[in-house]
Design a protein around this ligand. Structure first.
Ligand SMILES: Nc1ncnc2c1ncn2[C@@H]1O[C@H](COP(=O)(O)OP(=O)(O)OP(=O)(O)O)[C@@H](O)[C@H]1O
Ligand SMILES: [Mg+2]
Length: 473
């Protein structure tokens, strides 16, 4: 949006809280100055970029009478907003520190709490996806990370670093040792393990560590779950690397991908292919049945390293031969650390013992621990009570997996994940049925495709509450 305003030839601001009811149509400054100074327009978050980005901003009263423009009123606007005159006169914003630019929004307000952070994106010259419901603090943390990384090589890591990451020290050390270790060609690694064991989380941690330790390395997170997501990831990379055609919806995807591969070959890169369940992919839509091979997406360069995450050990071996890192449950220590960090308070001795029993029941599986902790915290029940409930759900899950045709080797591991999930959903349905509906929607539709309009609710407050419940920690 910032760029859109910047490209605009003229912008008009209609100030509904300024009235100029002069019969002649001619007004003096004294007629409007007091209400101009007090106008709500100068107190809102998003109007900051509407003021700063365009070259021409013209102000009009409620009656449509022209008051003046950004150039003629710059001294007055400077007094009202404390924004330096040079910034109001469109000098490059990198002449101001991040801190100075953040100050311009300090006393402004937004309806959604996250917007007070998102409205700074263009002003600070960074981009990041919006995630309404994450809360202002999380948005600010992500913005901070984006600003810090702005001087680094172009990268796409769509998730923030997990500040509650625990354990996996040996796997992290192995990954770090093997990245960029092949002097002849690409270093290729695979992280394999059943669903919910923390493969993506481990890859994410390594991505952020690499970004912090090596500012020259471009890191690209690629969703390899299906062909469409894979191509979409390459369109995003093309945008980052200024590859022509990324914004053309009729562009030839294979050509864009080839261009990206050429661009990536010339720089140090870490590519993370998340959810690579098979070595080849079919399109999820029926428009084309052409099979794609990951090999076509890889630069053959010793400057490049690739990490795949997959639940399929055959795929892992085919893609990375001996460089396969297997993940299973967490160690007791790491699992305890993970549970403890969710509660954010020390456990009493009894709770400590109860936590050990609960973790054993959850088979020390990260996803099961996250789900159990969220449910316990949100419902306020004790760990003991939760474990008693869980036993009942485990029985149901066991029965359904025995009767199901899917007898895969990891089904035993999936049981605590499925049981904690069912228990959470039942708990949420009882507390807030709308939140449960949202969760079912989120299970069927890609999260990034869910607009607020899709979340029907009796009132915006009811919607906000339901989002909060469905996103509980
Ligand atoms: N080492 C860890 N420290 C803290 N939290 C973790 C860790 N590993 C996993 N988690 C948490 O466990 C959950 C599941 O992890 P993740 O999504 O990485 O699993 P996965 O193996 O990639 O699953 P899938 O096969 O479904 O993609 C996430 O909420 C994540 O935050
Ligand atoms: Mg994953």
């Amino acid at each position: 949006m910032f760029q859109w305003y910047k490209n605009a030839t003229r912008c008009y601001v209609f100030l509904s809280d300024i009235s100029l009811s002069t019969a002649t149509g001619f007004s003096q400054r004294s007629d409007w100055e007091a209400s101009f100074r007090a106008s709500a327009w100068f107190t809102r978050g998003w109007t900051l970029q509407e003021l700063i980005a365009p070259v021409s901003v013209e102000f009009f009263s409620r009656e449509g009478q022209r008051i003046g423009d950004k150039a003629s009123l710059d001294e007055l606007i400077h007094e009202i907003t404390r924004i330096p005159l040079t910034a109001l006169r469109n000098c490059p914003l990198d002449q101001f520190t991040t801190f100075e630019r953040e100050l311009w929004a300090r006393n402004r307000r937004t309806t959604e709490e996250e917007d007070i952070v998102y409205c700074l994106l263009g002003v600070l010259g960074v981009s990041m996806r919006t995630a309404y419901g994450e809360g202002q603090e999380s948005a600010r943390r992500r913005l901070q990370a984006e600003v810090e990384a702005a001087g680094s090589a172009p990268s796409i890591i769509p998730f923030s670093q997990n500040n509650r990451f625990v354990g996996r020290e040996s796997q992290l050390a192995e990954l770090e040792a093997k990245l960029f270790s092949n002097e002849q060609t690409t270093s290729t690694l695979a992280i394999v393990g059943p669903g919910g064991t923390g493969k993506s989380e481990l890859a994410l941690e390594i991505a952020h560590r690499t970004r912090q330790s090596n500012k020259h390395c471009s890191i690209f997170w690629i969703d390899a779950g299906d062909k469409d997501s894979l191509y979409q990831s390459y369109v995003n990379i093309a945008q980052k690397l200024n590859v022509p055609g990324w914004d053309d919806e009729h562009a030839d995807m294979e050509q864009i991908t080839r261009h990206c591969v050429v661009e990536m070959s010339a720089r140090q890169c870490l590519l993370i292919f998340d959810n690579a369940e098979d070595t080849t992919l079919l399109s999820s839509s029926s428009s084309t049945t052409k099979v794609v091979d990951f090999a076509d997406f890889l630069p053959q360069s010793k400057l490049c390293s690739v990490i795949y995450t997959t639940t399929n050990s055959d795929t892992a071996r085919t893609l990375a031969s001996e460089n396969v890192i297997a993940l299973r449950e967490l160690t007791l220590d790491a699992a305890q650390g993970m549970l403890q960090s969710r509660f954010a308070r020390p456990f009493s001795t009894t709770e400590q013992q109860e936590a050990e029993l609960l973790l054993r029941a959850l088979l020390y599986l990260p996803l099961a621990i996250v789900q159990a902790a969220s449910c316990i915290i949100a419902s306020g029940m004790t760990m003991q009570k939760y474990r008693a409930h869980l036993d009942g759900y485990k029985e149901v899950v066991k029965h359904s997996s025995e009767s199901s045709k899917d007898k895969s080797r990891s089904s035993g591991i999936r049981d605590p994940v499925a049981a904690t999930l069912s228990l959470s959903i039942d708990q949420i349905s009882r507390e807030n049925a709308l939140a449960a509906d949202y969760l079912f929607l989120a299970a069927c539709v890609n999260q990034k495709d869910i607009s607020l309009d899709l979340l029907g609710a009796a009132s915006s407050q009811a919607r906000e509450d339901a989002i909060k419940v469905s996103r509980a920690p």
